[in-house]
Design a protein around this ligand. Structure first.
Ligand code: OAD
Length: 246
């Protein structure tokens, strides 16, 4: 894949690089993207019917077990070349912000440091009633387990459909999009707000915006560059081109 020289020069001179990732960056690790048909056991369910407060209130056990199934799947996979390329890009950058919609924790496992988790993290748990994190609880056969403080059910610390994003995370993501010189939008279909607006905020603030996705998205026509391919391939090529233009 050909990486435009202007893209590499912009990266080399950038004061602040911001990156937004979606499920596509974890696809090459074997984690199904959100809009892939649900595989296997959960084929009959639509995630949008499972990842909601109403679904949890209706059937807390089923929702908890769906997340437990996804946690086990994700714990068995490894970060891929795309995750590692972003961690390397951060090492070389003056200032780097990684904003992710993913809840799989793979960026952190690949070595990324400055991560904003817009939609939470599947490996964290919080109290359904208090909405505060719980890091440990007594082993129990009850599913879902109960909050050691108030006795309410516990839930995954992830953003469900219809819920607001963590305010601080969103403010930090907006600020990064508005102050960066280069903005990557990687592996996201760009249909879920407010994350989908971030690359447009960056464009309005004068940043170079680069889309990395094998498919077209609503951002494609406005992006400065579109790297039409898998994140693991495209980002590895970007790092290689950066190294060859020392
Ligand atoms: P989607 O499943 O909507 O989109 C995944 C995108 O990744 C698509 O545009 C694919 O073309 C692209 N893609 C697939 N394989 C790729 C690869 N190897 N490299 C690069 N791109 C690839 O997932 P998201 O856009 O992340 O929200 O979905 C955004 C949000 O919608 C999710 O965070 C979730 C969902 O509702 C919540 O859970 C709140």
């Amino acid at each position: 894949m050909e990486i435009p020289i202007a893209l590499i020069d912009a990266l080399r001179h950038a004061k602040h690089i911001a990156v937004l990732t979606g499920a596509g960056v974890s696809a090459e690790s074997g984690v199904p993207t959100f809009r892939d048909a649900q595989t296997g056991l959960w084929a009959k369910f639509n995630p949008q019917e499972l990842a909601t407060r109403e679904a949890f209130a209706r059937n807390p056990k089923m929702v908890w077990e769906w997340y437990a199934y996804r946690r086990e799947l994700i714990a068995r996979v490894e970060p891929n070349a795309g995750h590692y390329a972003l961690a390397e890009m951060e090492q070389r950058a003056k200032n780097f912000t990684l904003i992710t919609q993913n809840i799989d924790g793979l960026h952190e496992r690949a070595g990324s440091k400055n991560i904003i988790e817009l939609h939470g993290n599947i490996f964290r748990t919080k109290c359904f009633r208090e909405d505060t994190r719980v890091s440990a609880w007594l082993a129990t056969d009850e599913i879902p387990p109960r909050c050691p403080r108030c006795g309410s059910y516990m839930r995954p610390d992830v953003v469900w459909f219809g819920e607001n994003l963590p305010r601080r995370a969103l403010d930090q993501a907006l600020r990064a999009a508005e102050t960066c010189d280069v903005f990557f939008s990687i592996g996201t279909s760009g249909v879920v707000e407010p994350a989908a607006s971030l690359p447009f905020n960056a464009l309005r603030s004068g940043a170079m915006v680069i889309e990395v996705n094998p498919e077209e998205t609503p951002l494609s026509d406005s992006a400065t560059f579109c790297l039409r391919g898998a994140a693991g391939v495209a980002l590895t090529q970007v790092i290689k081109a950066l190294n060859s233009r020392l």
